[in-house]
Design a protein. Structure first.
Lengths: 213, 152
C-alpha cells in the first residue's frame, strides 16, 4: 500500500510530467525552438536584416514557382531589409523527382549556382516533374550553367547531402508544415504567395526603414 | 542544525538546481529540434544502428526534461539525482568509447546539434555534472517537495 506522502509526491510528479509535456509540444507548434540555419548558398540577404524569411519549398510545386517570383520581387524592393533562407520540403508522394531536384540544386549551390539552377528547375517544372523515368533535364540544366555534372552526381549521392535534405524535411514536419510553399516570416507562418505578402506587410515599417538606410 | 550541515545542505541545494538546469536546457534544445538531428549524433557514436538511434533520439530529450524538472522541484530528490547521475555515467561511457575508438564524432549531440565541443571537453564537463549530481543526491533534500509534503 502506498503511503500518503508517496501518493502526494507521485501526484506532483505526474502533474510536472503532464504540464511539461504540453508546454514543450505547444512550444514546438508555435515554432519556439532554435532556428536551424540553411546553408549559405541557400541564404540571400544580409544577416542583420530585420525581417528573416524561411521558405519551405518543393521544386515541382507550381505555387512554389509563383512564390519564387514574389520573393525575388520582394528582395528587389526591400533589399537590405530582407534575408531569405530556402529549405527543402519535397512532397515525394505527389512529386516523384522533387527530392532529386532538391539534391541537385544543393549540389549546384556547392558549385556556386543554387539560385540559377533553382530558377531553371522552376521554369521547366512541366517537363521533368511528372516524368516516368529519371529526367535527363537535371543534367541538361547543369550543362547549361557549365556545372561539373559528375561532381554534382557524386554530391547528390553523398550521405552529407542526403542528411541535410532529411533534416530539412524532419524540421518541416515538426513545425507542422504540410503544404508548399510555407514561409516563416520572423517566426510567423504563411502558406502560399498571398499569405506571404499579407504577412510581410505587417513588417512594412521594419522593411521600409532598412530599405532607406 | 549546525553551520557545517547548513553549508552542506546549501551546496546540495545549489548543486541540485545546477544539474536540473543543465538537464532541462539540454532536453529542451533537443526536444524542440527534429529528432533526426540528435539521431544522427547518436549514430555517430557507432553503438546503435540508425533505427535505434532515432528511437533513442525521440526518448532521451523527454527523459532529460522530466528528470531535470523533478530534480529541480525536489520530487523524490534522491531517486531523481540517482537517475540523472546514471544518465551522466551512460553519457560518459558513450563519449569515452568514441574517444578511445577515435570515432569522427563532429557533434556530440549533448546540447543539440548546433554547438559542438570536443569529446574530451564534454567528458570533463560531464565529470563536473556528475560531482554535482552526487552532491544533490547526498545533501540536496533542503527546500524540496519531499520536505514540503512531510510538513503538510
Amino acid at each position: 500500500m502506498i503511503d500518503r506522502k508517496t501518493a502526494r509526491l507521485l501526484t506532483l510528479a505526474g502533474m510536472i510530467v503532464f504540464v511539461s509535456t504540453i508546454a514543450v509540444l505547444l512550444a514546438r507548434q508555435f515554432n519556439l525552438g532554435p532556428v536551424r540555419p540553411a546553408p549559405d548558398f541557400r541564404t540571400f540577404g544580409p544577416p542583420t536584416a530585420p525581417v528573416q524569411i524561411y521558405e519551405y519549398t518543393d521544386f515541382a510545386c507550381p505555387a512554389c514557382r509563383h512564390a519564387a517570383v514574389k520573393i525575388d520581387e520582394m528582395m528587389k524592393i526591400y533589399g537590405p531589409g530582407l534575408r531569405v533562407s530556402f529549405k527543402h520540403y519535397p512532397l515525394m508522394n505527389i512529386h516523384p523527382w522533387s527530392l532529386h531536384a532538391a539534391a541537385y540544386a544543393d549540389c549546384a549551390g556547392a558549385q556556386g549556382k543554387f539560385k540559377e539552377y533553382a530558377g531553371l528547375l522552376f521554369e521547366n517544372q512541366g517537363t521533368w516533374a511528372q516524368s516516368k523515368e529519371k529526367p535527363k533535364d537535371f543534367e541538361i540544366y547543369a550543362a547549361r550553367l557549365k556545372l561539373d555534372w559528375p561532381e554534382m552526381q557524386a554530391c547528390a549521392d553523398a550521405p552529407e547531402t542526403v542528411k541535410r535534405l532529411k533534416l530539412d524535411i524532419a524540421e518541416a514536419d515538426m513545425k507542422g508544415v504540410n503544404a508548399t510553399p510555407t514561409f516563416f516570416i520572423n517566426g510567423k507562418r504563411a502558406v502560399g504567395g498571398g499569405q506571404l505578402v499579407d504577412q510581410a506587410r505587417k513588417f512594412d515599417n521594419l522593411l521600409g526603414r532598412a530599405a532607406k538606410q | 542544525m549546525n553551520g557545517k550541515t547548513e553549508t552542506k545542505e546549501l551546496i546540495g541545494f545549489l548543486a541540485r538546481l545546477a544539474v536540473a538546469g543543465v538537464f532541462i536546457y539540454a532536453g529542451l534544445l533537443k526536444a524542440l529540434a527534429p529528432a533526426e538531428e540528435f539521431g544522427y549524433a547518436i549514430e555517430s557514436y557507432g553503438v546503435l544502428n540508425s533505427q535505434l538511434s532515432l528511437w533513442s533520439a525521440y526518448i532521451v530529450p523527454w527523459l532529460e526534461i522530466y528528470a531535470g524538472l523533478l530534480l529541480a522541484a525536489g520530487v523524490f530528490t534522491r531517486l531523481s539525482a540517482l537517475f540523472t547521475g546514471a544518465m551522466l555515467i551512460f553519457f560518459e561511457v558513450m563519449l569515452g568509447q568514441a574517444w578511445l575508438r577515435k570515432l569522427p564524432v563532429t557533434s556530440c549531440g549533448c546540447f543539440g546539434s548546433s554547438g559542438g565541443n570536443s569529446l574530451t571537453r564534454e567528458f570533463l564537463q560531464n565529470l563536473i555534472f556528475l560531482a554535482l549530481a552526487w552532491a544533490a543526491f547526498k545533501y540536496g533534500g533542503r527546500w524540496s517537495a519531499d520536505k514540503a509534503v512531510e510538513t503538510l
